[in-house]
Design a protein around this ligand. Structure first.
Ligand SMILES: Cc1cc2nc3c(=O)[nH]c(=O)nc-3n(C[C@H](O)[C@H](O)[C@H](O)COP(=O)(O)O)c2cc1C
Length: 808
């Protein structure tokens, strides 16, 4: 087994044709820059700090709005097919098996963007050479965008390819079968000659504006080597810069990238992410780059070495070695997270430039705050990385857009229908509960304290909840296995905190997935792996494959989160058999199931048995919510955690006891007032939440049916087919999803709100590892029929306009 990148390089050299090896390995001119790139890392020793209580390191980071497992990506390298016939397809497969890291695909990829995207579960970026033929360039970008690529990387150091003496001596020609799969196949065999013919040597900074006009994807420029150019790039409005000298393949004699990094980082001043490539060959090199101001590093040649050495598995090997070395170096240097990395790690004064303070995912034109100056100003980079993660902005963005366009019909929030609430109801519920306490023999002072005082962390209405679960759901658990929480959100948070004990623990989530759980995971630095949902919800096969893949990577899949009934956001419901299979599989694989099911009792018809009701082996932690069934203002939820927990001294407790301990340090206890209000509702209905909600369920079912009917009316079959619009027809819940042929992103949403007066939610918010770019979510729950009708008619106008087919 190869233990270093050098060993992969040696294997590749043995296996590749010498001229191909030279093409990959060589640099321009006397290869001084090529040599300088690696030598620069050797000149920068790391200076560890000891006894810092660092524990296990966490390598995750957020760049351009996406979470990466480590500050590492695959640099754009032409023709991966030179190293393996499967080319870039093998690369993305191999990368995914190592970690969630982006792959930058070259304009000169040996496989089509569509083929690569079909195989990719990691984010893809497109490297752009701006060709003389702008329409060809635009076409490439459009194809990549349609295939789901997430960013553009404009290479700015190559008006034509550099003077590569090895290739000139070898008379290098691309071997038969190696072609630029995304370009018209003509005249490419001599890459240098072709670049002189087709690259646009007259580019200036206006190219940024042109790219902005053809694509809304975030844009980075690759090939920045001076602070001045970095400033120009920032002024031109790019979303990130890459310090690169093209791996020493362009102008020979330019400095090593690591040497110019501090200058570039200082010039950028935290406004944009700074990435670096060139000579990165060890995990500790990544640390050095981060210490000198980079947000992440990329590797080029080593990936081709891996491909040549062992196809996709070789790529996995190369990246895994780098990641292991990175974790090892962090641990030995006393670094717990990337936020701990600063100039002192490489012995520089602390006022040296730091990494980006702004996540570039916010896109062009966003408010780019500069690093705080003196005084009490704080730097975003010094706060927990979750605060810069776009998942945290999801709720705010939707609230903001709804407030900004008050006249718009909003299909965004999953709120209950307001007409169900009457203010006096709350007082009635409170009275009912207080009477209940008196009936149970509590003295007036005890009744008073039950409302006014702190209460036990685990809650005071656990008996009533246990009773309700028994009579209504067939879930038979003791009150002691319940913890009453501040909304279901707190139940998720406590459960994750308790279960996820180390950096190798992974939470599996069905994807698309409710953002509350991914947000909680982000706050807690918990790694999340998405498992694709099918029409019937979570698929057992996909889950099993994901668990095996995680275990193969040395990680411990701990639990799987699932919304089995009328899922938010997809609307899917798992049939009974699928639930049973899931429980059997969870037992066999030894993972816990986190069941979240807020929509069961507000959906029409008979509901399938809950996972917890079917659970015979205490595999399921049930996360409950009264937001939809009683009222959201109570902020009342609960966790059923009846799993026994064994202490080293042989004693046992319930997982619920451990959750209550954590809760005592988060919210101390759930408001007794809220508990009392919900308890009153439970008492009034004899614990039968389903009966309490019979009218509501019928109403929501009707709202869904009416929305579907309006969609049918606006998009009769012929128009639907012509436009490429499709939707699902959930049997309950608050949400349905609609597929459209254009990108349903934030800017489309802003156009929809402003020009058409209708708001919806981009489904991409709900895909933790990318996806849903052409789907939008409609919530049908809180609107009147008149609003639904108006909203769907406006939505039809918007969709038709976006499809370039405006109605007269
Ligand atoms: C064989 C080869 C092909 C490359 N093709 C491209 C390309 O198509 N576009 C580009 O921007 N950079 C290209 N590069 C440069 C890489 O993106 C990257 O800057 C360089 O390889 C990083 O240095 P490293 O190989 O030392 O990691 C290529 C590099 C190599 C070795």
């Amino acid at each position: 087994m190869e233990l270093s990148l050098d060993e992969f390089a040696s294997l590749a050299r043995e296996r590749l044709d010498p001229a191909v090896w030279d093409f990959i390995e060589g640099g321009a001119g006397e290869e001084r820059t090529l040599a300088a790139n690696t030598a620069a890392f050797d000149r920068v020793p790391l200076r560890p700090s000891v006894l810092r209580g660092a524990g296990s390191p966490h390598t995750g980071t957020t760049i351009l709005g996406r979470t990466w497992d480590a500050p590492l990506a695959v640099a754009p390298v032409a023709y991966h097919t030179l190293a393996d016939p499967a080319g870039e397809v093998a690369t993305v497969r191999g990368t995914a098996a190592a970690a969630g890291l982006p792959v930058v695909v070259s304009t000169f990829a040996g496989r089509t963007f569509e083929d690569i995207a079909a195989e990719a579960t990691v984010p893809l970026w497109l490297q752009v050479y701006c060709l003389r033929d702008r329409s060809l360039t635009r076409g490439l970008i459009e194809r990549a965008e349609n295939a789901g690529f997430e960013a553009l990387v404009l290479t700015v150091d190559a008006p034509h390819l550099g003077r590569r003496l090895r290739d000139l001596r070898n008379g290098f020609r691309l071997p038969a079968g190696t072609v630029p799969a995304n370009l018209p196949v003509d005249g490419f065999a001599d890459p240098a000659a072709h670049s002189r013919a087709d690259f646009d040597p007259g580019l200036d900074w206006s190219v940024v504006e042109w790219l902005r006009s053809v694509s809304e994807l975030p844009l980075l420029v690759k090939g920045i080597l001076t602070g001045a150019d970095a400033v120009r790039a920032a002024e031109a409005g790019v979303d990130g810069v890459m310090v690169s000298n093209h791996g020493g393949r362009q102008l020979d004699g330019v400095p090593a990238t690591l040497d110019v990094l501090p200058e570039v980082a200082e010039a950028v001043g935290g406004r944009l992410p700074v990435l670096l490539d060139g000579g990165v060959r060890r995990g500790r090199d990544i640390l050095a780059a981060l210490a000198l101001g980079a947000d992440a590093a990329l590797v080029g040649r080593p990936v081709l070495h891996g491909l040549a050495a062992g196809g996709a598995g070789g790529v996995t090997g190369v990246l895994s070695v780098l990641l292991e070395e990175l974790t090892d170096a962090m641990s030995l240097a006393g670094l717990r997270t990337l936020a701990d990395i600063g100039p002192s790690l490489v012995g520089r004064a602390p006022d040296h430039p730091r990494r980006s303070t702004v996540d570039a995912g916010k896109g062009a034109g966003s408010d780019r705050r500069t690093a705080a100056g003196g005084g009490a100003g704080l730097r975003l980079a010094d706060l927990h990385p979750s605060v810069a993660d776009p998942v945290m902005d999801t709720m705010n963005f939707l609230n903001e857009v709804t407030l900004r366009y008050p006249e718009a019909v909003s299909f965004a929030p999953g709120r209950p229908y307001a007409e169900f609430f009457e203010t006096e109801q709350v007082f009635r519920h409170l009275r009912r509960y207080l009477d209940h306490l008196a009936e149970q023999g509590r003295s007036p002072a005890q009744v008073r304290d039950a409302l006014f005082q702190y209460g036990p962390s685990a809650g005071v209405i656990r008996e009533l909840i246990a009773h309700s679960l028994r009579v209504d759901e067939g879930i038979d658990v003791s009150p002691e296995s319940i913890v009453v929480t501040v909304g279901c959100q707190e139940a998720m948070f406590l459960t994750l905190r308790a279960l996820m004990s180390g950096p190798d623990d992974v939470l599996l989530v069905s994807s698309p997935c409710y953002v509350g759980i991914t947000g909680a995971a982000r706050l807690l630095d918990v790694a999340v792996t998405a498992v694709e949902e099918g029409e019937d919800g979570l698929s057992c096969d996909a889950l099993e494959a994901a668990v095996s893949a995680e275990r193969a990577r040395g990680r411990r899949p701990r639990a799987v989160y699932v919304v089995p009934d009328h899922s938010n956001p997809s609307g899917a419901t798992m049939p009974l058999e699928a639930r049973k299979s899931l429980l059997e599989l969870a037992q066999r694989l030894d993972v816990l199931v986190l069941e979240d099911s807020p929509y069961r009792h507000v959906s029409p018809g008979t509901q399938v048995a809950s996972l917890k009701a079917l659970d015979r082996t205490r595999r399921v932690i049930h996360l409950g919510s009264y937001a939809k069934t009683v009222f959201p203002g109570a902020r009342l939820g609960f966790a059923v955690a009846d799993q026994p927990v064994l202490a080293p001294d042989g004693g046992t407790s319930l997982l619920a006891d451990e959750l209550a301990k954590i809760k005592s340090m988060v919210t101390v206890n759930t408001s007794p007032l809220s508990q009392a209000a919900v308890a009153g509702a439970l008492l009034e209905s004899g614990g039968r939440v389903s009966e309490l909600n019979a009218r509501n369920a019928a109403h929501y079912g009707e709202a869904m049916r009416f929305t579907l009917q309006c969609l049918e009316r606006e998009f009769p079959a012929a128009r639907r087919t012509r436009l490429g619009v499709r939707w699902n027809a959930p049997s309950g819940g608050f949400f349905l999803t609609l597929q459209v042929p254009f990108r349903a992103d934030n800017s489309a949403l802003a156009r929809s709100a402003q020009d058409f007066g209708v708001i919806w939610t981009p489904m991409s918010y709900f895909y933790p590892q990318g996806g849903g770019l052409h789907t939008l979510r409609l919530s049908t729950s809180y609107l009147t029929h008149a609003d639904i009708e108006k909203g769907i008619s406006r939505l039809a106008g918007f969709i038709e306009f976006e499809c370039g087919d405006p109605v007269a």
